[in-house]
Design a protein around this ligand. Structure first.
Ligand code: AN7
Length: 394
């Protein structure tokens, strides 16, 4: 396969995989694959789903650092009675979030480039996933987190998989700024979603949706934080269309939390770039991000697919999380429930047509954030160890 990194602003191309941003104008880079050079060697037959099934569309030449990521379940639900709503549960990836799809590619690229260490800023899931793949690859891992604002399960993973975890007394946006500078100084390979190769892995969500469903859905709804995933999934669909493997692209719907909604506000105002928010706040700490680095790509994905952005309150997020867990048996973390809260919002807005097919992406597993669960559901009741006491509370 032939590919280059292309700047989404000035259009210049570079054949230098180390780059993260355009050396000429500072813009975001994307992997531009010369699709004529690709020999697609997979079939959309619904079997053997996983990230590396689609290797012929991934810009990697070496042996992948893999933990069998991808192949996540697509559940048919009853969430909206008038249409077919599926939930693709990315929480079923090895580290419990969609980030693994990006990390298998990103960490493999780190090895290809001869890097000895990887680094990221994170609201939690990126760090958990990076630590896991770095462990598998034998790389050092450095993580900057907003202190006190990351769900416990995610910190536990980063620590146990052996990353050096540093809490900073500020938010994610500042952590990202700092880790970009320290990575340059120390020659760490940066694995935030500003890294275009990570997004290449994440585009396989689009491939799997088509593979599993056997057709292209009308809408794909997902939470938006640093805005990488929506950009990646859109790119996946766009490549399939350019390859004439599909005829249409779903409308991409980006859901943000009210307290951290720069992409939503830009969309509402018809803008192509955001105004950052200084103090983002939401119960969905994974998407507590005020200055999403991929905002331009995400807005482009939304506009080009005739999509939408909506914002949802913390109460709506928790309500959706409870609904998914108690009615569908799908356990997700708050940020992931934003996709279903967004679905409900679209329903209220009259933006769902009868007989549509909709896929909601739930990005992370329930077990990531047990503390929020206890806060919203309460602690279990405790009674004396006899039948009488138990009967009383049944
Ligand atoms: C569960 O881990 O940014 O819009 O540092 O963990 O691609 O950023 C996490 C993001 C959605 C948003 N759902 O995805 C991090 C981080 C969950 C997440 C998002 C995240 P992007």
């Amino acid at each position: 396969m032939e590919y280059a990194l292309r700047c989404i602003d000035c259009g210049k191309k570079f054949e230098k995989d180390e780059l993260h941003t355009c050396p000429s104008c500072g813009g975001l880079l994307e992997v531009k694959i010369e699709l004529e050079s690709v020999r697609v060697d997979f079939k959309f037959d619904g079997i053997n789903l996983r990230v590396w099934k689609y290797a012929s569309l991934l810009p990697i030449k070496s042996k992948p650092v893999s933990l069998n990521e991808g192949g996540t379940p697509l559940f048919k639900t009853e969430l909206v009675s008038s249409s077919r709503v599926y939930v693709k549960h990315e929480g079923m990836n090895p580290s419990g979030s969609f980030k693994d799809r990006g990390m298998t590619v990103g960490v493999t690229k780190a090895i290809e480039l001869g890097k000895k260490a990887v680094a990221c800023a994170s609201t939690g899931n990126t760090s958990a996933s990076m630590a896991m793949y770095a462990a598998k690859a034998g790389l050092k891992a450095y993580v900057l987190l907003p202190a006190g604002k990351v769900a416990l399960g995610k910190v536990a993973q980063a620590l146990m998989h052996g990353a050096k975890v540093i809490g900073i007394k500020s938010n994610f946006d500042v952590a990202l700024e700092l880790v970009r500078r320290i990575s340059e100084e120390e020659n760490f390979y940066l694995l935030n979603s500003v890294n275009p190769f990570r997004l290449e892995g994440q585009k396989t969500i689009a491939f799997e949706i088509v593979d599993e469903l056997g057709y292209v859905p009308d809408k794909v709804i997902l939470p938006v934080g640093n805005a990488g995933n929506i950009s990646a999934i859109f790119k996946g669909f766009r490549e399939l269309k350019e390859l004439e493997l599909i005829d249409t692209i779903p409308r991409m719907v980006g859901v943000q939390a009210e307290g951290a909604s720069p992409v939503y506000r830009a969309f509402r105002e018809g803008k192509t770039d955001i105004t950052p928010e200084e103090n983002p706040e939401t119960v969905a700490t994974a998407i507590r991000i005020g200055n999403p680095v991929n905002a331009k790509k995400a807005l482009n994905a939304i506009y080009e697919s005739d999509g939408l952005s909506v914002s949802v309150s913390d109460d709506e997020i928790i309500e959706a999380q409870k609904l998914l867990a108690s009615k569908e048996g799908i356990g997700v973390e708050p940020a992931s429930a934003a996709s279903v809260a967004g679905l409900k919002k679209l329903e209220e807005m009259g933006e769902i047509q009868d007989n549509e097919t909709i896929v909601c992406i739930t990005t992370g597993h329930l077990l990531k954030d047990p503390e929020t669960v206890v806060r919203v559901c309460g602690e279990p009741v405790e009674v004396e160890a006899n039948l009488e006491s138990i009967r009383k509370v049944l």
